[in-house]
Design a protein around this ligand. Structure first.
Ligand code: S3P
Length: 192
C-alpha cells in the first residue's frame, strides 16, 4: 500500500534506501563530544546496520564505568581493553562503530582497518566538545580537571593530524545527527 509515493508496508526499521555497495562498516573518529555516538546511531538506523559504541562495549565486558577503569586500572590498561574491544567489533560486517576519541591514535590503527571500512572524522571545536561533554552523563576523565577547555584545546591540537587521516571529514556542528548521517550516506555513494 502506498500513499503519496511512500510505501506504508515498510516497518519503521526499514531503511529508506539500502546501504551503498562496497562498504561493510563505518568507523566514526574524532574528539570527545563530536557526536560519534548520536550520529553513529542515526547512521546505523539509516543504513539498516548494527551500531556499536566501543566505550559501551568496554563497560559491558568489564562491568565497570570508563571513569572507574581510568581511576582503578589507569589509562594504559583502559587503552588495552579498548583495543581488544575494537578487534572484536571490527570483524563484524554491516556495522557502524563509534570508538572513544583516543582509540584511533594508536600507531598504525587507522592504516590496518579491514577492507570495506570507511573512516569518517566528525570535526568539532574544543568549545563545542567541552560544552557537549559536560552535558553528557558519562564522565570524561581526561576533561575532568580544573581547565577542561584548555585541556581540550591541547589534546585536539595533538590529535588533529591523526583524525585528519580519515577518508571523509564532516563538520559536526550546526546540523542534526540525522542530517549528518544523511550526508555521510550521500558521500559513501560517491566514494565507492
Ligand atoms: C577518550 C574518549 C572517551 C573515552 C575516554 C577517553 C579520549 O570517549 O573513551 O574517556 O581519549 O578521547 P568519547 O570520545 O566517546 O567521549
Amino acid at each position: 500500500m502506498t500513499r503519496g509515493g511512500v510505501d506504508l508496508t515498510m516497518s519503521p526499521e526499514t531503511p529508506a534506501r539500502s546501504a551503498p555497495p562496497g562498504w561493510e562498516r563505518v568507523v566514526l573518529i574524532g574528539f570527545m563530544g563530536s557526536g560519534k555516538t548520536t550520529v553513529g546511531r542515526s547512521l546505523a538506523a539509516r543504513l539498516g546496520w548494527t551500531f556499536v559504541d566501543l566505550d559501551d562495549e568496554v563497560e559491558a565486558t568489564t562491568g565497570a564505568k570508563i571513569a572507574d577503569l581510568f581511576r582503578t586500572l589507569g589509562e594504559a590498561e583502559f587503552r588495552r581493553l579498548e583495543a581488544e574491544a575494537g578487534e572484536r567489533v571490527l570483524d563484524r560486517p554491516r556495522t557502524v562503530v563509534a570508538p572513544g576519541g583516543g582509540w584511533s591514535l594508536a600507531p598504525g590503527r587507522l592504516e590496518s582497518l579491514p577492507e570495506g571500512t570507511l573512516t569518517v572524522w566528525l570535526k568539532v571545536t574544543p568549545e563545542t566538545a567541552v560544552r557537549r561533554a559536560m552535558r553528557h552523563a558519562r564522565v570524561r576523565p581526561l576533561l575532568a580537571g580544573p581547565d577542561p577547555l584548555g585541556t581540550a584545546r591541547a589534546l585536539l591540537a595533538e590529535r588533529e593530524r591523526i583524525y585528519a587521516k580519515a577518508r571523509l571529514t564532516v563538520d559536526s556542528e550546526g546540523a542534526s545527527p540525522a542530517a549528518l548521517a544523511e550526508e555521510i550516506v550521500h558521500r559513501m555513494e560517491s566514494l565507492r
